[in-house]
Design a protein around this ligand. Structure first.
Ligand code: MG
Ligand code: MG
Length: 262
């Protein structure tokens, strides 16, 4: 693989191989979504995810990553990211659950996250998740050759602020965590901030792949890490949402590699 300014550049064939990995992640998140109901535990969802990934001939990239013990991150309510699934953590009506999943197929990585409403959630939770997803899509729209990296960041921030205004709320935009290059490894150069001025950072080129993953909260943008040294929570324990897709830059624009088949 070539590199442009330290960023991995993939051939068309390599991008297609990444799409295959992305589809495994998409199917896994669909399976988890279908089972994420009140009464289910996040530990069960993790087992389902691991089985789905392995049945596809892929490997869960999270499991063992710097010692992470599971195949998904399950981040419930005030947990922002990196929550550890557990048999003791049982979902209840009104919960807001973010599920992040990664898989490796033939050496290529896919990485994607969704936020799920467990039964009926409050209107503020629904709006938070919708704003986060809309911010992700606004960012993805800027994953194009010729743009600069922070054009994505700026689009994410602008969409988050527009949603907040439309919703009559304030959303915290987490700055400490963000998107990243992806390909032969899960986390590669460049780091992608979820806010900031446009027109900065490396120029985007065909063959780059980037994970776009905004995290918004109903309160502060400040976070804390729990004693398990993984789980990131909001400092004020307000609820958070997280959406993510892996996106490749092609001659025809962004290709969302972790989108479902249809
Ligand atoms: Mg992820
Ligand atoms: Mg990621």
């Amino acid at each position: 693989m070539r590199r442009g300014k330290g960023i991995e550049l993939k051939s068309r064939g390599e991008i297609e191989a990444m799409r295959a990995a992305g589809l495994v992640v998409a199917r896994t998140l669909a399976a988890v979504t279908a089972q994420a109901k009140a009464g289910a535990s996040t530990g069960e969802l993790d087992e389902l995810a691991e089985q789905t990934i392995r049945d596809a001939g892929a490997v869960p990239s999270f499991k063992g990553y710097h010692g992470f013990p599971a195949s998904i991150c399950a981040s419930l309510n005030e947990k922002v990211v990196h929550g550890i699934p557990s048999r003791d953590e049982v979902l209840a009506e009104g919960d807001l659950l973010s599920v992040d999943c990664g898989a490796i197929l033939d050496g290529w990585h896919g990485d994607s996250a969704v936020t799920l409403a467990i039964g009926e959630v409050g209107e503020d939770d629904r709006a938070l998740s919708a704003a986060t997803e809309a911010s992700m899509w606004a960012g993805i729209e800027q994953v194009r050759a010729g743009n600069k990296l922070t054009d994505i960041s700026h689009a994410v921030e602008t969409a988050a602020r527009a949603a907040a205004k439309a919703d009559g709320r304030e959303y915290g935009i987490i700055a400490e965590y963000g998107g990243h290059g992806i390909g032969t490894q899960m986390h590669m150069e460049p780091f992608l901030p979820n806010l900031g001025k446009p027109g900065r950072g490396p120029k985007l080129r065909v063959g780059m792949a980037i994970a776009v993953e905004p995290m918004l909260t109903l309160g502060t943008a400040e976070t804390e890490e729990l004693d398990d040294e993984w789980t990131v929570v909001t400092a004020d324990r307000s609820r958070a949402a997280h959406w993510e897709h892996t996106v490749a830059i092609t001659d025809d624009g962004p290709w969302v590699l972790t989108a479902p088949e249809n």
